[in-house]
Ligand binder design. Sequence first.
Ligand code: PLP
Length: 393
Amino acid sequence: MAAVDYRFARRSAVLGKSVYDHADGVITLSVGSAFPPILPDLSSEAAQSAQQYVTEVMQYGPILGLLDLREVIAAHVANEGVKCSPDEIIISNGAKHATDLVCRVFTDPGDKIIVTAPTYMTTLQCLRSHDLQFVAMPQDECGMRTDVLEHRLKTMRQNAEPLPKLLFDVPDFHNPTGITMSLARRKDLLRLADEFGFVIIEDDPYRQIRFEGEAIPSIKSLDEAGNVIAVGTVSKILAPGLRIGWAIAPSEIVRRMALQKSDGGSCPFTQRIVANVFRSNKLREHIDLVTTTMREHRDAMISALAEYLPEAKVRRPEGGYFLWAELPAGVSGDAVAAEAVEHGVEVGSGRLCFPLEDPGNFLRFSYSYVDPVTIREGIRRLGVAYKQVVAAS
Ligand SMILES: Cc1ncc(COP(=O)(O)O)c(C=O)c1O
């Protein structure tokens, strides 16, 4: 067939190898997939849904999502201090889809969004596809530097520049850095949202995967003004293959998001299965299992890094799936990640997580997908790859 010169949209430009293109036999320490041996068995919930809810699950569903599911989610988040009614909840095909819908509702090309540098790489792709301009903020151990943000916003206002419409952050066990935002910073963000008129997207998939330490109230639970959209998902607490997530926001926002769905809404069959799981104690048990397992994985990765890659500066996250490593200045994360594949292990180059300039010397690891012994072997291989890159430079 003759090659066609397709006139692709700019947003479809391929920016490099996707982290999802794993080579066969390579140890994968690059993606936040669930650990296969603990994927839940939902066959009884699926059978019950198919047998008892035929007219519901084999039919087009309500565009906001099944009322039953929205009710159980309202009850679920009430345990975390978030008060909302089902008409303030929209079901989506995962958290990323919910963020995409928020962008559709709030932004036009060229609008500004505040993000941390680094931030969750897949959301960056989504934000880029909406042609948004990034206002990139540094983080420290307490999360996004709200003092830097305030200064930047005041400068924009003084210069009569358009102010950002949105802020995206992952306040608990941030992807990729693992940082949890302090209470004071959460309150600062709410104050700034009020003063400068932006909406906060609080993407919180890891909140319940806490290994140690005290939980800090979610930003949504502190919001009295209606400036926060809480984005949730079952991907980390149950199974990513279900593709069920949600957003919680004032109903005026939720209704607009529903009208931006271009797919007729999320699968009613899966929604019914998830509603059944939320109603049972299976969800709590599964979250406990994921938490215990991920704690072991994190510990295995931290100790392997100390042994095989002591040159890397690593933060120990109190929960979540990810580790972020700073290599010595001048050692390229891209080069180490590329060499690592040659040695049979895949890790993420930090470059993919930076909205604007990449400092160049970061790596992102996920400890979720493979067992502790394999994690250790993967980090050993990475250590060999690292030494080769340093020797060659
Ligand atoms: C910050 C963040 N948000 C969302 C997700 C998952 O989104 P989804 O519900 O679309 O699977 C991930 C998964 O890695 C994540 O790290």
